[in-house]
Write a protein that binds this ligand. Sequence first.
Ligand code: MOS
Length: 735
Amino acid sequence: MTTVERPRVLGAGTDRVDGPQKAAGSAPYPSDVSYPGMVHAALVRSSIAAGRVVGINTSRAEAAPGVLAVITPDNAPRIERAPDTPIWRQPPPPLQRHTIVHHGQYVGVVVADTVEEATAAARLVDVAYEPTDAVLSLDDPRAITVDDPFGSNRHRGDVMGGFAAADVIFDGEYVTPDETNNPMGLFCTVAAWDGDRLTVHDATQWPDSTRAALAGAFCVPETGIRVLAPYVGGGFGAGLRVWPHTVLAAMAARMVGRPVKLTLTRPQMFTGVGHRPATVQRLRIGARNDGTLTAIEHESVQPVAVDDDNIAESVTTVSAVGYACPNVVNIDRQRRLNIPVPTSMRGPGDAQGHFALECAMDELAYQLGIDPVELRLRNYAEEHPQLGLPWSSKALRECYEVGAERFGWWDRNPTPRSMRRDGVLVGWGMAGVSFFWFQAPCDARASIDREGRAFVRSAATDIGTGTYTVMTQLSADRLGLRPDQVRMGLGDTDLPSAPPQGGSGMTASLGSAIHAASRNLIQAFLDLVADDVASPLRGLTAADVTAVDGRLQRNDDPTRGESYREILDRHDRAELSANGSSVPAKPEELGLAPAGPFAARFVEVHVDPDLDRIKVARLVSVVDAGRILNRKTARSQIVGGTVGGIGMALLEETVTDPTGRIANATFGDYLIPVNADVPDLDVVFVGEPDRFNPVGVKGVGEIGLVGVAPAIANAVFHATGRRVRSLPLTLDKLL
Ligand code: MOS
């Protein structure tokens, strides 16, 4: 059984510990790394979406200034497909075949002394293709269907009977487009070989996976590979997998015998590091006149690449866990298209699924003449509807109540087009969010030295989420030190192994490991004085003491204790260290359903009645993320996610042209919100520490985005009377 602490926040508004380094430019991102003799690589990409490479002429490229090597499927060394991870399959190895399966697939890599020379020479590689008809549309009958691709399809109760018992049935189709993660930092790999040993600096959310993939690809032991990712310029899911460019950087470095740097261009970021797959969803909901749900049927189809899978994108699970409906069927399907492989993007699956479910609940509320908040409260899932267990924590009711209160929701006139101010249509909409739970095994190590300073470390990354900061705070709390006495080491595979920074699970995973390591380290100090007659701590265990102000004191007599320094000095030890591991608890052992975070969102939009221009004017987010370790970084996560949600609602769409080429693969053409698109965001945290992990946290990484798009769509309906069921909500859809 895990123990739960009293609710509290650690260092409410602590600044980022890595902020000064980032502001000063001294935090080494992968693209900042340089080696003596380092050379540069540039990629050549396919200009067809399907077919074969029938000839490659590299002579002009090879003769270009500074060029050291031109690597193509004709001369690339054979490498292996990287082993699958417990969570994701790895992409097929690059340059191992002449078959083309998507536009932008790598068909060559050019290595030269400078990045300009490599880029120029890459344009001189002549590739002849034999194209075939690409399968690019979900409607294409040639597209192969994958049923239940995530193993997440469920059927509970009697869905047919539930619809038969309904007074009202809502039935609608929702469409979400492809979107591209687009972290600010262009992904970069620097690879340096020393014999069979390899050092790689990589923009990744999961260094251990990069190491395993490279070991598998090049048939060298993992112990000979070190992957460093102490700072990563954002990821949003794009860095969860080991992409072909990382493998190609290592391949190129090996071939030319020099360290190689390979940085993707922004257009290459659209084809080479995944994207959020489009969805077409059908949702049917049956309800009685009093609002009680009697049945939900949620189906989704999304694209996937022809020879590569993403396996964490269930769109319809939201309908199985969101409400207390007894009769639910949820069905995900994929169709294989000649597209770059999709991957997780912030709130994968749940972001698209909540758009459909939360819009449908709004439509149903109008059909029934019941307030949308009230409809959700009448179907509140008091226990996990699928597992039938009590939630490890759930304050969604409070999210609705606090949000409605702060927003002033109860003053709303529900009639569409009924609210106007200063010549614009005003719309109020809301959505609820029940986000998935994720946690994975994680290791950490903690040391305390004779200066009374701690060094805590793990291979986990901080992709801008605040992990350095909150783990410094947590370590300080657990070890009884000040945060400035703790140094945090992250992003290095020489450190204890860690899962991906993903699924909003890092704070629970790594936090639980640090919790364990800290406890074990305190025990190590007690072990050192176990027979020490000079120690007031003699013969005690970690449960008998409290760490505070750099010392361990007896719980039965807090005046008696001694400092870490005194213990180390007397025993002439430079430092003590301990490892700690965390493994996610099992629901059946705890008798609890693991709860992800919950949220409610309330949005005001202004719509220009002549131009149909939509402006988000106010947005209130109330989030139950369990215990909040740092209000400032947690709020930043929610704010950043909400900006992404506004982009999803109003702007973002990756457009593929009829040849399979992405037509808007630049920041000039792929629109994301700027400051003028974003109002002041009100973020409130509610809830109690969660009971599923010893730190009491739930994730705040992704829930900031989820539910924003449906709340905005619902507000746009309220403002205009126009129900738009496809994203983004561009003004042409309101005409
Ligand atoms: Mo997140 S999409 O799991 O990085």
